[in-house]
Every structure is written in structure tokens, then in C-alpha cells.
Design a protein around this ligand. Structure first.
Ligand code: ARG
Length: 580
């Protein structure tokens, strides 16, 4: 609002259409330069004057109450009268519902493969996808999360073959993923010597596809035990799904797709297989039916997209899947366009890069796998250790260590641009300093503890519940926190308080920016910024001072910070304990 007033005044001075100057305003690199800056380089061409001169003239003519304009080189810098504007900013910093369009957005996330370990790729998909889900929800849209389990495919033929040869029910029940993985690795090792294994596996998969009773029974069993194990992980990560619709759900829905492609003349034979050519799109053909007539991954994704659009009512379809599947999704979306589905424009692959743990890559095939659950346990154990040293008297340490340890991993993922590769260091992620989840959680707990202290001392604090009831008028304190009742001393807005207040107001912008780029890191970075600014503020200012005016405003800033940090952590799927 204040920035738009500055923009409007610039529009007037430059004889510009309303709203032209505002987007050109920049954030000065150093706060001594003010709260906004207007660069005049581009103007020098049209005005045929040097930019320094333009800046000087604009600064001189600029007239807006409570805003100081000054020229510095080719820039006009604007400094707000802090005391005058603080009230507006305090109101703006208060959490309010963000208006959205209520669009139905189907988000494909997690989607691990049954009978294989929950890989780090699936962890990233789960964590990024769930954050985007909450961000869309917070932005007033209507997201639907779908876990597209990999519960069908030739690997089940291998799984059944291996299980029948070497498996044990006891081991599988006790540790389904580990046993499945052992079987999987053994199958691949032995199949190198013994080709009959592959033939047997293909036969089992064929039996499964034709509804053979024994094959189905074993398959159901594998799915059940794997899901139990996955659900334990989802619980710890605090993630749930609106729908769990595995690939097998589309078994009876692919025939129609193949028929439509055939009727539309889009299917072509290639080496005995049926494909859709994508030469014009500059891509290799999309495989629809294998030479033995079985359907495959792309065919399933075509049926899946149709279901999400036609039945779930998706206006937008997001696929949070590793970058290595980019070609697959480009092909699927291209085939949808060829099928005349204009809404293919609303389908978007949200890729992300690889994550290594302490330099170790994942490979299911060779059994060199870091198990997610072990990583989670390790993070929690380390968090617990650090906390024991830091705060030995803490009650409930186990539950808090769980929130801090898991939060460390989730934050360690989400603070990065999703597309980059991450070399994850557990040691670093669990630290209470630096750019970590525990640092943000710790800052939140620190703010909460100040508020509790104020409450315990019966001090009126900002616009919290206690203050409201004391004032007798709900919200009264909030709306008067910064105004100056006669006779009371004005609050001096030092740089640290002022910067914190301004940054607190950015949350809606950050949310929108994050969604535009599908980047939960926008929220994580914002939380880090706020935490740093709060700690600086806290270092420079005593919050519970004897001066009521100061105390009131500083408590208000503290309350707003705690509220906003909690909001950010919640969006990311991270707990915010009251104490750490
Ligand atoms: N299960 C697949 C995998 O682990 C990911 C599925 C992603 N979603 C989709 N609709 N294709 O590679």
C-alpha cells in the first residue's frame, strides 16, 4: 500500500499511466538507503537527460506525506517516516486468509513403488508435493493429493518368482521392504546366470494380468505389507493423501485409451510394439503397447490424466516427480494434446534433482540403499543428543526430538531450489545454528518463551488474548499498538525492529511467489530471513522493558514473529514446539 502510494506519486510526476512505476521500485541493498529505490537509467533515453539529473529532479519534486525522497546517483531513494507508517504495517503483518480462486488442482506426489524401498526420490516428492499442497490450500485453492503407488508392472512377476524360490513369509512380515529388496537383488544377480528366471517372471506377470488367483493373492499381500511400512513413514512425516490410487487402479481404464488412439489413427506399429509418433514434437515415439500386448507406464499415465481431469475435476494437474522422468511427462502431455485434450496445457511436471546422503547415491538394483527410516531415526537421535546438552531439564524430550529431527530433514530438503542436486549432510541439517530447520524452530520457541514470560508476569502484550480481555475491546490493542496516545512517549523504530516489521508483511507475496515457481524454498527462505531478523531484533532490544510503550510494541513484534514462523513451518510440514 505504501509502496503503491510511492508508485502513484512517481506516475503523476512522470505523467505515466497509473501503476507503471510501482513494479519498477526496488529494494535498496542497504537499509540506510531507505525502504524503496527508483532507478532512473532507463528513463534517460526517453527524457534525453542523464539519469543522475532525472533522479535529482524527481527527488526534489516528490511530495508525499511521511515519505522522504533523496537522490543518490541514478537512484531516487525513499525512506518512510517509521513512526507514521508503523501502524499500517503492524496491521498488515497480522495473519489473514489469502483470497484464491478455489481451483481444483490435482497433485501427484510420493508415488513409491511397492516391494521396493521408499527411496530418497520418493522422500523428496513427498515433502515437496505436500508443501505445495499446503501452500495451494493457504492460497485459497482446492488441491487434491494423489499417491500414485507403483503397484503394477513386470517387477511383480520378478517379485513373485523370487518369493516362491527363496522368500519367507516370516521375514516378509517382519521387514517387508528389506526382504523384498533382498529378493529383488537376488533375482537380478541370479538372472544374469540363469535366463529361465526371467521367463518365469514374465509368466507370473502374465498370470497376474489375467487375474490368476495365486498371483493376485501374492500381489495383494506384497501391496499390504509395503503399505503398512510406507504409512509408518508418512505418519512420521505428517503427510496424508486425499486419494491413494495406485497404477493398478487404471488396469480397466487403459483399454479405452488404446481404442481412442487407434480410432484416431494415432497408433503405429514399430518393431511389433504400438507407439504414438512424436517426430513433429521432436521427441522419440511414446510406447503404448509392448509387443506382447501388455500396457506400460505411459499408457497408465494417459489413463490417469483422463481420470484426474474427467472424474476428479482437475483444472490443473501437477506431477511432483524426479527430473529424470522429464521426457516421459513431455511425451504423455504431447499425446494428450494429440488426443485433442486442450487441458494438456494445464499439466505440469514439477521436477526435482537428486539427493545424496553424505555423498551416497541410491540404487535399488544393486541393493546399495540408504533406508529412509534409518535416516529419520538417526536425525532424531542426533537432535535428542544436542537438546540434552542444550536444555537438560526439558520435559517431553522424545516427542520434541522427533519434531526437530524430522523437521531438520524436511527443512534441509525444502530450503533448496528443488531442481538442484543436494548433497545432504545430516550433521549440518540438525544443527541449531545456520540455515536449518532446528534454527527456525528454536527461534520460534524463543519468541514463544518471551510471550509466556510476559503472560506469567501479567504484562499486557500486543493484541494477544490477554491483552484483548484487559482492554475490554477485542482487537483494541492491536489497532492502537503503534499510535501515540497523548502524553505517551513515541516508540523509536530502530533499524532492527523496523526491518523485522517490514519483512513480517511479506508473507502473502512470498506465498504467491513460491506458488508461481512451485518452490517451497520461497517459504523456507522467508522463515530463515524472519528468524535472522528476529534474533537481531532480540539482540538489540530488550523486549520486557519497564517502558510500557516499548514493551507493547516489542511484544507485538515478538507475537507476530512467532505466529508467522509457525505458519511457515506448518506450510513446510514441520512442527513448531513451544520449547526446545
Ligand atoms: N512410481 C514412479 C517411480 O517411482 C513414480 C510415479 C510418478 N507419477 C506418475 N503419475 N507417473 O518412478
Amino acid at each position: 500500500m505504501i509502496v503503491s502510494n510511492i508508485g502513484a506519486e512517481l506516475d503523476r510526476l512522470l505523467d505515466w499511466e497509473k501503476g507503471t512505476a510501482e513494479p519498477l521500485l526496488e529494494q535498496p541493498p542497504d537499509m540506510n538507503l531507505g525502504d524503496a529505490a527508483f532507478p532512473c537509467f532507463a528513463l534517460s533515453k526517453t527524457l534525453r537527460k542523464n539519469p543522475q539529473l532525472i533522479a535529482a529532479e524527481l527527488a526534489q519534486r516528490f511530495a508525499l506525506a511521511g515519505v522522504q525522497a533523496s537522490a543518490a546517483g541514478a537512484y531516487v531513494n525513499f525512506a518512510l517516516d517509521r513512526g507514521l507508517h508503523a501502524q499500517t504495517l503492524l496491521e498488515r503483518a497480522e495473519l489473514h486468509a489469502v483470497q484464491g480462486e478455489g481451483r481444483t488442482i490435482v497433485i501427484d506426489l510420493s508415488s513409491p513403488n511397492i516391494a521396493k524401498p521408499f527411496g530418497v526420490g520418493h522422500l523428496r516428492s513427498t515433502v515437496i508435493g505436500a508443501a505445495l499442497y499446503r501452500m495451494y490450500e493457504a492460497a485459497g485453492e482446492n488441491p487434491i493429493s494423489v499417491n500414485h503407488l507403483g503397484d503394477w508392472g513386470t517387477q511383480f512377476g520378478k517379485q513373485i518368482t523370487a518369493y516362491k524360490r527363496w522368500g519367507s513369509e516370516e521375514r516378509l512380515n517382519a521387514s517387508p521392504i528389506r526382504e523384498s529388496l533382498d529378493l529383488y537383488v537376488r533375482f537380478h544377480d541370479e538372472a544374469e546366470q540363469d535366463p529361465s528366471l526371467d521367463i518365469e517372471a514374465r509368466d507370473w506377470f502374465r498370470r497376474l494380468e489375467s487375474g490368476d488367483e495365486e498371483a493376485l493373492r501374492l500381489w495383494t499381500y506384497f501391496v499390504d505389507v509395503s503399505l503398512t511400512e510406507f504409512n509408518r513413514m508418512y505418519d512420521r512425516l505428517g503427510v496424508s493423501f486425499d486419494r491413494v490410487l495406485g497404477e493398478s487402479f487404471y488396469n480397466d481404464k487403459m483399454g479405452a485409451v488404446v481404442e481412442e488412439l487407434r480410432a484416431g489413427g494415432l497408433l503405429e506399429e514399430s518393431d511389433g510394439a504400438q507407439v504414438v509418433r512424436l517426430d513433429e514434437e521432436g521427441m522419440p515415439p511414446c510406447l503404448i503397447l509392448k509387443s506382447d500386448g501388455t500396457t506400460i507406464y505411459p499408457t497408465r499415465d494417459l489413463a490417469t490424466a483422463l481420470y484426474r481431469h474427467d472424474v476428479l475435476g482437475a483444472e490443473k494437474l501437477l506431477y511432483v516427480v524426479g527430473a529424470e522422468q522429464s521426457l516421459h511427462f513431455r511425451q504423455v502431455f504431447a499425446v494428450l494434446r494429440k488426443m485433442g485434450r486442450d487441458w494438456a496445457e494445464e499439466c505440469r511436471h514439477i521436477p526435482f534433482g537428486l539427493m545424496k546422503f553424505e555423498g551416497k547415491k541410491m540404487s535399488t538394483r544393486r541393493g546399495k540403499v540408504v533406508f529412509l527410516e534409518e535416516v529419520l531415526d538417526e536425525a532424531v537421535a542426533r537432535a535428542s543428543e544436542i537438546m540434552a546438552a542444550k536444555n537438560p531439564l526439558l520435559h517431553n524430550r522424545e516427542a520434541i526430538a522427533e519434531a526437530v529431527g524430522i523437521g531438520a530433514i524436511v527443512f534441509g530438503d525444502l530450503k533448496n531450489n528443488r531442481i538442484g542436486e543436494i548433497d545432504f549432510s545430516l550433521e549440518e541439517a540438525v544443527q541449531f545454528e545456520g540455515e536449518t530447520g532446528p534454527y527456525v524452530q528454536y527461534t520460534h520457541a524463543r519468541a514463544r518463551s518471551v510471550i509466556r514470560k510476559a503472560q506469567a508476569a501479567g504484562l499486557p502484550h500486543g493484541s494477544g488474548d490477554a491483552a484483548e480481555s484487559e482492554a475490554g475491546v477485542p482487537g483494541h490493542e492491536a489497532s492502537s499498538a503503534a499510535s501515540e496516545p497523548s502524553g505517551e512517549q513515541a516508540y523509536t523504530w530502530d533499524d532492527a525492529s523496523w526491518e523485522l516489521l517490514k519483512r513480517l508483511c511479506d508473507y502473502e507475496t512470498e506465498l504467491r511467489r513460491g506458488l508461481q515457481r512451485h518452490e517451497p524454498s520461497a517459504i523456507a527462505r522467508y522463515a530463515l530471513d524472519l528468524a535472522k531478523l528476529f534474533n537481531r531484533f532480540y539482540h538489540h532490544n530488550k523486549v520486557l522493558t519497564e517502558v510500557p510503550r516499548e514493551r507493547q510494541i516489542r511484544l507485538e513484534l515478538t507475537r507476530l514473529t512467532a505466529q508467522r514462523l509457525r505458519w511457515a513451518l506448518e506450510l513446510l510440514g514441520i512442527g513448531s514446539p513451544e520449547e526446545i
